[in-house]
Design a binder for this molecule. Structure first.
Ligand code: ADP
Ligand code: MG
Length: 405
């Protein structure tokens, strides 16, 4: 090999390293920058004896139970800042089911964890924005500002979370009954052991478990997946919540059981007279359940609207793609549609539409800056350049209206 060639290979290797690896110096620099930000944010989270007035606020609309307002939730990792949720705004109206949908890694779980203030700290932080929550007590909190210690009260008494895999919420070494009783003892410190047992059994009955007395003294491994999920729902109900966050509640279950659990969730929503934030990657589940739909992609909302708007008039090519990939019985042997490519990693995202490279309707304009969310009806918005003409028409109409006045 002559000298020129060896230099060329060396340079090529160096370039490859630059693309695939982050140098030690960069990691060190990033860690240093992160630690400054994390320290400031953690200091705010760990405050004690903060007067309530500091985190009380007002709802924009009194009919909402939750309002996400330009929420940014980041993970400060050594590889860079993961903008898992990057400017998300949507409402959860009282007594409604809001479906949050998107592929894996879109930031759905992080949005819900931010609402509960359960982001993996110290690297996971609500960086900016507001999450307004209308409490049972009539007060309204800005969750982003509530210190961790005060959050325990709000979270425990009013919100419940149901996870995908029931075994993560159940302890395998304790009987079912003991675990539900435990939740009751926490929420009603004065309750007697006998009353707790009666209430736990009633709760098991409420979630459709046959022979609740027997299940009360069973261990989690003795139950089927569907029954375990029912138990978890019973536990979630024990604190009498007015908001249930269900994160992929049926993903680990088979189809028939899935339908039963969804029916149960719907019944329970009416019983508690509250709201459900239903997170799923499956638009089919949302179709059956939700009143409003929020479609997320790579940490941002790309479309939101009422369920009928999203299903009858989907606008964003991503929403259309998700709908095409719902398995339907009448498709014959046609192969199921899949959107090509994967969700990009939300570190160092480019400033153009994140979906551009996977989109089958992209055109020249899509090379421009990230498209703004365009309101096409009072409840329906979409972030896509395909609808820019509508925007100019709307602006024209507005202009005419103003001119008439
Ligand atoms: N603890 C963490 N540290 C770093 N990155 C995380 C962490 N948790 C989630 N993320 C990143 O945040 C993004 C959103 O994740 P998530 O909300 O869990 O997605 P999903 O929509 O599937 O629920 C993903 O890119 C994920 O890699
Ligand atoms: Mg998730």
């Amino acid at each position: 090999m002559n000298i020129l060639e060896s230099i060329k290979t060396k340079l090529a290797r160096k370039k490859a390293r630059e693309v695939h690896y982050i140098s030690k110096a960069t990691i060190k620099q990033t860690a240093k920058e992160n630690s400054i930000i994390i320290k400031t944010l953690e200091k705010k989270n760990n405050r004690r004896n903060v007067p309530e007035e500091e985190y009380l606020t007002k709802m924009r609309d009194p009919n909402n139970i939750v309002e996400f307002d330009d929420l940014h939730a980041y993970f400060f990792t050594d590889a860079g800042v993961v903008k898992a949720v990057d400017g998300v705004s949507f409402d959860i109206p009282k007594k409604s089911i809001v479906g949050v949908v998107g592929e894996s890694g879109c930031g759905k779980s992080v949005t819900s964890l931010a609402l509960m203030k359960l982001l993996q700290s110290p690297q996971g932080q609500i960086y900016s924005g507001e999450i307004r929550y209308a409490s049972k007590t009539g007060k309204c909190y800005n969750i982003a500002d509530v210190p961790k210690i005060d959050m325990n009260k709000i979270r425990g008494n009013e919100m419940s979370m149901i996870f995908q895999e029931p075994m993560t919420s159940l302890n395998p070494v304790f009987r079912i009954g003991e675990q539900i009783d435990e939740v009751l003892f926490l929420h009603y410190p004065d309750i007697t052991k006998e009353d707790a047992k009666l209430k736990s059994i009633a709760m098991l009955k409420l979630v459709g478990i046959a022979m609740p007395d027997k299940i009360y003294s069973a261990y989690p491994h003795e139950l089927s997946g569907g029954m375990r999920q029912r138990v978890v729902i019973a536990m979630a109900l024990a604190c009498d919540p007015n908001l249930i966050i269900a994160d992929e509640p049926t993903t680990a279950l088979d189809v028939t059981i899935q339908a039963q659990i969804l029916d149960l969730l719907r019944e329970i929503k009416d019983k508690i007279d509250g709201s459900i934030m239903l997170i799923t990657h499956d638009l089919g589940v949302i179709a059956e359940m939700a009143d409003f739909v929020v479609v997320m992609y790579a940490g941002r909302i790309i479309e939101k609207g009422t369920a009928s708007e999203i299903f009858k008039k989907p606008m964003h090519p991503y929403t259309v793609g998700l709908q095409k990939s719902i398995p339907a019985l009448n498709l014959g042997d046609e192969r199921l549609y899949t959107i090509p490519g994967t969700v990009p990693n939300p570190i160092n995202m480019p400033n153009y539409c994140y979906f551009r490279d996977r989109c089958n309707r992209r055109f020249e304009k899509c090379n421009g800056a990230y498209p703004a969310l365009l309101q096409v009806s009072p409840t329906h918005s979409v972030a896509c350049y395909l609808y820019d003409e509508i925007k100019t028409e709307l602006e024209k109409k507005d202009g005419e209206k103003i001119a008439k006045k």
